[in-house]
Design a binder for this molecule. Structure first.
Ligand SMILES: [Zn+2]
Length: 98
């Protein structure tokens, strides 16, 4: 240890050494495995005007008017949907279940 600071000759670096960053393990972008495709929702009915699928909730009363969730068309009452066979005025048709 010396109290006198050493004078260093000032060198001009024409070609400074390139700073090489330490190469660590390259992180690959996390690619989560594709989740299993959920089973397609099985609808009980299909809107005749637009073809959208929907289901009638079992808790609904018979006089509840069912409207298409997609085109808002009045399709019939719950009683119409529950009739077997469905009345011709019903503007929906049952979808075939697999
Ligand atoms: Zn519709």
């Amino acid at each position: 240890m010396s109290d006198e600071p050493k004078r260093r000759p000032i060198l001009s670096l024409k070609n400074p050494p390139k700073v090489v960053l330490p190469e660590g393990p390259k992180k690959k972008p996390a690619r989560a495995p594709a989740p299993p495709a959920p089973a397609p929702v099985q609808h009980d009915w299909k809107c005749k005007p637009c073809g959208a699928g929907f289901s009638i909730e079992a808790s609904l009363a018979d006089d509840v008017v069912i409207r298409c969730p997609s085109c808002n068309a009045k399709l019939g009452t719950v009683a119409d949907f529950r009739a077997d066979p469905p009345p011709t005025k019903l503007r929906a048709r049952p979808t075939r279940r697999a």
